[in-house]
Write a protein that binds this ligand. Sequence first.
Ligand code: PGA
Ligand code: ZN
Length: 415
Amino acid sequence: MASITGLKSRIVFDSRGAKTIEIDVTTDKKFSGRACAPSGASVGKHEAQSFPRNSPEKALEVLKANEIRFIGLDAENQKEIFDALRSIDDTEMYSVIGGAVAYALSLASLDSASKALAMPMFMLLKPHKPYMFPFPLGNILGGGAHAGPGTPDIQEILACPIGARNISEALEMNFRVHKEVRSVIQAKDEDFTYGRGDEGGWAPNANNDQALEITELAVKNCGFTMGNDMSLGIDFASSSFWDEKTRVYNYKRQGITRGREKQICYVNQLIKNYKLIYVEDPVNEEDFEGTARITKDNTNCIVTGDDMLVTNTMRAKMAAQHNACSGAILKVNQAGSLYDAMNFAQECAANGIKLITSHRSGESIDSHLSHIGIATDSKMLKAGILGGERVAKLNELLRLTEYDLIDGMAELSSN
Ligand code: PGA
Ligand code: ZN
């Protein structure tokens, strides 16, 4: 056992320059673990609240007043950490201490335990084989809440190098397509500034359909066969352009609206036209029935809930009841603590819902995400594409190839 002997917490800045919480946990007086909470721009309605009253300062204050509750706990035992957090805050959304503290404390504890026990984090979370690498879902081009005016309403166009035999090849393929997308945009728009969104995907002056055509052409130019070497996916993040009052999807940048039926038709059409193997939040976060229809009609596509499921076990149960999702995004900070998130992972696995472990658009240079992806048997890992905070996670996957225990790339088609 690695016993928590010290705790330090502070406010730092994330990759968007927003304040967040970083925590250091020491075990056995010498093993120091560290974690920094990420944050989202397209935030689900039912996510854990990052900070009490939107104040990182208040979160720190609550933590500092309760530090003693964590001293002496087993840093590896996430249930103990969770129970201590819940003894301070038993609200549904972590509105007393904040999800950022729950996140940073649980990850920093595990990081410290990993050092004390000389075991990689993924093995502490999942002690037995098989271990597989998730496919990196590269954010190639996008808009929405992650970029400015003129960019697509769709948040992310994603590349999945399905033909890659190993992680190194997979990352190289994604970077090649990303680079080629820039050349294709440039050839169409000589004023293109090389602007990128929060996660590194290009942010051109283009509508949704043009953006998909650009990406498809870039894949071809790289010599990759669509559906064989490379496949595409889309994160619509559609709740961010769903208007609850008028009940339409407002594609503001394209100057059009789509009602519910038209949106479902559009999504089905895009899946068919571009042979998409992945769509995320294609309809708004409360439309389980609409998601179920898309899931049923597209059995070769992983229809995934992010804002819809918010890494919440109850919402995963709801999705299973509706047969609403074949995939689920796992973002630990949406749930709060790692214990909450691992429960969600178990619920999804029990219902045959594939997991996709994901970063947030506001990130740190931590690389714990890659361990969580492996430990939860995730099929894919969303970690953006460029920028130190994105590459930190991708490079950790490369380091993990040094463990012979990991057997290769995940099976995308099996559960
Ligand atoms: P967020 O975006 O971190 O801004 O929520 C990521 C996503 O929607 O997948
Ligand atoms: Zn999303």
